[in-house]
Design a binder for this molecule. Structure first.
Ligand code: FES
Ligand SMILES: [Fe+2]
Length: 390
């Protein structure tokens, strides 16, 4: 069965070791049926845009991607094209990336630094805080109430070194409340704000965002889909899961832990022998690796097509100054790490998920199942349906 919380990391790992000894894993009561429409239905996709992404906070960046005032990034959320910009006071604001004159896309760059956003169509310009700064040929254009024609602001908040937003103008945002006390405390403990995004990259994939999210909380596929990579290092179908009622934390043992199957680990810190995953409703997985670097995986629906999404992957590591490494070694270590991640994605997960999406589009694909052992997938789908019902 799946516990709601386990007090210490040692206890979590101990429980995982017991599973390994007994060939067991955490489970949930039910086998849950689902239909392929989960991943293909445009009406469901529409409800997800409104009731999930238009209502609850999701992660859009790590703070180190826009460290200084006037730094910005742009992205496509399910409901809006968005600019996120660091303000003069250090806070972040998000805006709809659309000019208020006649709707041209305002900023085309993926990221950059600028004091004003200037529209390519008739050169209206906006300050970094979204206010309308200048109207070209104003004497002939006519009078405009500038206070009413700034960029449309979207709710954004920085917490635990991550930038979160709700994709609906005027919606409230409270990331701490959304995380709940357990996950808020867990993320606070990681001090993710002191890390830096060594790499951050997005991939537009022809697969539903949930199909992708499902694969990155799944400890059941490892040895089958990744026999020569992850399957060599991580045990398959052995997981300790804490279900916090919205988000979840899962411990997956690495194969190096096997030496402690016979031998009593006593007081030995077994942290280096596990990967701790965190599923953050609605669309992220945060992986804590043995040496306390993190991988953050985020899955966002493409606005119009339920069969497409954008995955973003971020490698969060200590900055060079805090790493104790020479610059050369630092580059070498993290570049290598990143390239391994990329090759598993491109050569193993993506082909599998693209073909799953193709298969699921079959008219008579039939009913599917999530098993007792697919605990985090079940939590993900359970919590998502709660949001969609409300
Ligand atoms: S549409 Fe932007 S200035 Fe005209
Ligand atoms: Fe995988």
């Amino acid at each position: 069965m799946t516990p709601t919380a386990i007090a210490t990391r040692g206890d979590r790992i101990q429980r995982t070791l017991e599973h390994l000894r007994h060939g067991s894993t955490d489970t949930v009561d039910q086998v849950v049926p689902f239909g392929p429409g989960q991943y293909t239905d445009p009406e469901l996709a529409q409800r997800e845009r409104e009731l999930v992404f238009g209502r609850v906070p999701s992660i859009v960046a790590h703070a180190s991607e826009l460290p200084e005032p006037n730094d910005f990034i742009t992205l496509t959320m399910p409901r809006n094209r968005v600019i996120v910009a660091r303000q003069a006071d250090g806070s972040v604001k998000a805006f709809v990336n659309v000019c208020r004159h006649r709707g041209a896309m305002l900023e085309e760059q993926a990221s950059g630094r600028c004091r004003l956003f200037s529209c390519g169509y008739h050169r209206w310009s906006y300050n970094i805080d979204g206010s309308l700064r200048a109207i070209t040929r104003e004497n002939t254009f006519g009078e405009v109430d500038r206070s009413q024609h700034g960029l449309i602001e979207l709710p954004a908040q920085e917490r635990h070194g991550l930038i979160w937003m709700v994709d609906r103008a005027g919606a409230p945002i409270d990331v701490a409340a959304w995380l709940g006390p357990e996950m808020d405390e867990i993320l606070a403990g990681y001090k993710l704000g002191e890390l830096t995004a060594f790499h951050s990259e997005g991939f537009d994939e022809p697969a539903n965002w949930k199909l992708m999210q499902d694969a990155f909380v799944d400890n059941y596929h490892i040895q089958y889909a990744h026999p020569n990579t992850a399957g060599k290092h991580i045990h398959t179908n052995v997981q300790t899961v804490e279900d916090f009622g919205r988000h979840a934390r899962m411990v997956s043992p690495r194969k190096a832990i096997d030496r402690w199957l016979e031998e009593d680990p006593g007081e030995t810190d077994l942290g280096p022998y596990v990967t701790e995953g965190h599923y953050l409703l609605p669309n992220s997985t945060l992986l804590r690796q043995p040496d306390d670097h993190f991988e953050l995986l985020t899955f966002r629906p493409q606005p119009a097509d339920p069969g497409r999404c954008r995955m973003e992957m971020r490698l969060l590591v200590p900055p060079l100054e805090a790493s104790g490494m020479t610059p050369e070694r630092y580059e070498r270590v993290w570049e290598k790490n990143w390239s391994i991640l990329l090759s598993v994605l491109h050569e193993e997960d993506f082909p599998l998920l693209r073909s799953s999406q193709d298969g699921l589009a079959s008219a008579d694909a039939g009913g599917m199942l999530l098993g007792h052992n697919e605990v985090v997938n079940q939590i993900f789908h359970r919590e998502l349906s709660k949001l969609l019902e409300a």
